[in-house]
Ligand binder design. Sequence first.
Ligand code: FES
Length: 155
Amino acid sequence: MPEDDREIRERVRGLISETGRERTQLLEVLHKVQKEFRHVPRAAAEAIEQEMLVPVAETYGVVTFYDLLSEKPVGRKVLRICEDVTCSLHGSEQLAAQAEQLLGPEGAQSRNGEVSWTRCACLGLCDKAPAALCDEEPLAPLTSAAIRKIGEDHA
Ligand code: FES
């Protein structure tokens, strides 16, 4: 159910007051917003502008730069499949194709809204390629069976 913008602004003000109003806290505030709303809604960016004096455009610049933040709602669980060189050489693209088949289009929520998947840059797990993160848990090497299990458990 879509949340009321006023309620979102109120909840974001609460997150800002427990984190800090300084610009240097922006990333931490955005991570909390992402966790709470599964994306950074426009109303949240507006609350950040009012409370932290960071323009909405600047907030979305940060959101689009970081893989862990998103403009559109993502699932409760997010699978991030590394597409960088080493993982690509170890079959990450085939695994991404499998994720698309089982979990739905990249960046979208699965039918039940529980899971999303996306490609990402190097996760620092190249020695275990192909690598992925499921929320904060490393899945390396990522296997077809692991993707199937996520699909069975969550999609
Ligand atoms: S290239 Fe995939 S984890 Fe480094």
